[in-house]
Design a protein around this ligand. Structure first.
Ligand SMILES: [Zn+2]
Length: 111
């Protein structure tokens, strides 16, 4: 993900996301970039962020899909346990290979 777009996505998270526990807005110190990737074919970028509420210390994660025109949040905060380095690497490798969009990521798979 280009740096300028990453800054836009972080601004978008600060503007639109709230802690699901206490409804406080996130600030720069609450947002941690875990992984980003970009699809060269579609120009769609993905970012995985950990968020820790500065007010109540609720921990969550956000997956954001963005393009050069507008970032948008695809998954809201959800509570997480500690995220291991291997989990971050797994997610990074998964997103690096992913050819679809975020909607497809969260579609229910009918078996
Ligand atoms: Zn909170």
């Amino acid at each position: 993900m280009p740096f300028d777009l990453l800054l836009d996505v972080i601004a978008y998270i600060k503007k639109t996301s709230k802690c699901p526990s206490c409804k406080a807005k996130y600030c720069n110190e609450d947002i941690f970039v875990l992984s980003t990737t970009a699809c060269m074919e579609t120009s769609i970028c993905f970012g995985v962020f950990a968020v820790v509420c500065g007010e109540c210390h609720f921990e969550g994660a956000l997956l954001v899909e963005a393009n050069e025109n507008r970032p948008y949040e695809a998954a809201t905060s959800f509570e997480t346990s500690a995220i291991s380095v291997n989990e971050v690497l797994d997610m990074h490798n998964f997103l690096k290979r992913w050819k679809g969009d975020v909607k497809e990521l969260f579609q229910d798979k009918k078996v």
